[in-house]
Ligand binder design. Sequence first.
Ligand code: UGA
Length: 431
Amino acid sequence: MSTIAVVGGGYVGLTTAACFARLGHDVACGELDAEKVARLNKGEVPVLEEGLPELVAEGLAARRLSFVVGAANAVRNAEFVFLCVQTPPGADGDADLSILEAAVREIAPILRPGSVVINKSTVPVGTATFVERVLGEVGVPAGSIGVASNPEFLREGTAVRDFLEPNRVVIGCQDTGVAVRVSELYRSLRAPILVTDAASAELIKYASNAFLATKVSFINEIANLCEAVSADVREVALGIGYDPRIGFEFLHPGPGFGGSCLPKDVAALLHTSGAAGYDFRLLAAVADVNAFQHGRIVDKVRASLPAGLSGARVALWGLTFKANTDDLRDSPALGVASTLMADGAEVRAYDPVSGERALDWVAGLDVAADPYDACTDADVIVVLTEWDEFRWLDFERVGGLMRSRRIVDARNLLDPAAMRKRGFAYVGLGR
Ligand code: UGA
């Protein structure tokens, strides 16, 4: 078993630390926020992630997992150091590496000779080389520390399962010996392990997210076309999905892709392409379609209201960027809420986990205690996140509370026929 340091206690860092502890390694996770560290050491996990609290508790109890303040304290005895720090978008869409650079400079004097520094954060192509250069600048002898790229493919909400049952593990490293040592950490998972050069590993991460984003924009375009030609996007998605070259996943139309990864990574890859002198036209269109889709949802709400948006009461159901996460970052729902409010609507929103926190993002949003509360006296309901609980509500009660029975279902979550039977004017996407 190996000694591992994880630098950064965000959702990737926490999942990585807890899952490596589950695999039997000794893991120290370094996080800057002292209060968060204290809470984590008591087993309090600050993100909503299925199975993570249990794994953290298990790791702490077995003394294979600990949380410490700061990167340096975590790496002291580590053979492997995973960098899981934030790489926020810079002004021009490229990833900002200043946090990563600061972490490397902080840990460099403490790293054990022969240890390996591994980028797990999503980092631009060339970052492994950049880390090597920073290590050299602070006096680490060339070759004494290995550097590798090991991108994560975790989805929020299923991150633990994605880590422990990966469809592949990608390790980018020029030095085969180092790559083999990193691959040993994952040996018990029995996943295919792909060893590449560092630049290819870094690009695999962006290409994966860009492809997923492309699928979402594609199905959103098909849904819009379905409306124009009276076809049903669900049938179309099913019909194409049976072709294994296409597959069923990521073919659900919605208000556009959001979250902390897809929008940021699409922008960063466009930036990388531009900087490399390549015009990535398809990806630019993917981003355009996504922005257009947000507006299209607002247009549907406007069109559903005979007197328009001004003065209308709009109930929003769901604020997180997708279901089963508490993450509001780049959530299309927040963009839709802001536009509706700017156009004069009174918006009252409900989210099962992140209602109150949405106030930090959309000032003046009226937050409801439950879905019924949100739709009281509303002129229209807009479903923006596919939370399961919205499927099973008492829609007679919902309709009775509203000023008029209208629903714009931006996730195609509800059954149009059942809704219409209850007297709702139902508008979905592409059906
Ligand atoms: C995404 C990738 O799926 C992960 O593989 C990757 O590791 C992660 O980014 C990352 O880079 O860290 P995540 O951000 O958790 O994971 O979200 P997704 O499940 O990919 O969903 C992204 C967005 O696309 C959401 O807004 C979702 O509602 C939307 N979406 C997804 C659709 O509108 N339709 C679909 O069919 C699928």
